[in-house]
Design a protein around this ligand. Structure first.
Ligand code: AMP
Length: 283
């Protein structure tokens, strides 16, 4: 089915008027926050939004405060026109594309810190990242005021951090996770995959293969320690480096686990050349 492009809003009052008009008509509103450079993983979130709600709003904002000083903020891919074309395939109703000054006026002074959940995994190697994420997502939720907001399980720690912030701060929106969309060879779709050269792209699916194998062994009752050591060795031999983490965590609390009894997750972050890849699978 082909649809029109979504209506683009860069003015907060106009966006809010549109959302409030939908609400007055009893229409539910689902928000999908993104940083643009949209791929089939993002589009699956938007399709899910349209399946569970009447109206889908997609925000596109490359949030500077979640990038570290030596990270890829400056070269992060940006092409809003292409993103709007892609969104037309999904039936998204609105694209919220705020300017930097709307999000961060010069005297911006507030930050949301989620303790505990943000201390390990990506939080340990990207100081300040989750404060940047929690702050911008809180703003987006307050700007759009959706009934439901969707986040990918691809960024599993992010999903749990946002669930916690929303609960702790009574933000009054339902947060739902959506399973990771992958290439046929298992590589999780990511806006950063375009940084990979052909040789790196050929190696990249090994990350998911290692995670899937560890998850299967854990399900069969194996202990985490030796599996994780082997996994790091295999990734390193395949050309990844550094492997920032490869861990087994409780799916809710993200506490480290040696053996798996309830819902758990195997999570990894590793560089492949200059590109940082993350992935995780359910146990
Ligand atoms: P990003 O633009 O990278 O900030 O991602 C925006 C949203 O899309 C986040 O909730 C991500 O978790 C989600 N997302 C990114 N890649 C995928 C994927 N391969 N499958 C499902 N969701 C994804």
């Amino acid at each position: 089915m082909s649809h029109a492009r979504p209506t683009r809003f860069s003015d907060r009052a106009a966006l809010r008027a549109a959302v409030e008009a939908w609400r007055r008509q009893g229409e539910s509103v689902v928000l999908v926050p993104t940083m643009g450079a949209l791929h089939a993983g993002h589009l699956a979130l938007v399709a899910h939004a349209k399946a569970i709600g009447r109206r889908a709003v997609v925000s596109i904002f490359v949030n500077p405060t979640q990038f570290g000083p030596s990270e890829d903020f400056a070269r992060y891919p940006r092409d809003v026109a292409a993103d709007l074309d892609r969104l037309a395939e999904t039936g998204a109703d609105a694209a919220w594309t705020p300017e930097i000054d709307t999000m961060y006026p010069p005297d911006f002074s507030t930050r949301i810190e989620v303790a505990g959940l943000t201390e390990g995994l990506c939080g340990a190697v990207r100081p300040g990242h989750f404060a940047g994420v929690a702050t911008v997502v809180t703003k987006l939720l307050n700007q759009v005021r959706p009934d439901i907001a969707l986040f990918g399980e691809k960024d599993f720690q992010q999903l749990q951090v946002i669930r916690r912030a929303v609960r702790d701060l009574d933000l009054g929106v339902e947060i739902r996770g959506v399973p990771t969309i992958r290439e046929a060879d298992g590589l999780a779709l990511s806006s950063r995959n375009r940084y990979l050269d052909a040789a790196e792209r050929a190696v990249a699916p090994r990350l998911h293969a290692v995670l899937a194998r560890i998850a299967a062994a854990l399900r069969a009752g194996a202990a985490a320690g030796p599996l994780l050591a082997e996994g790091v060795a295999e990734l390193t031999a395949a050309g990844f480096g550094p492997v920032q983490y490869l861990e087994v965590r409780d799916a809710e609390t993200l506490a480290p686990l040696e053996r798996v009894e309830g819902p758990a997750r195997v999570l990894a972050a590793a560089y492949l050349g200059r590109t940082r890849l993350i992935d995780n699978v359910a146990v």
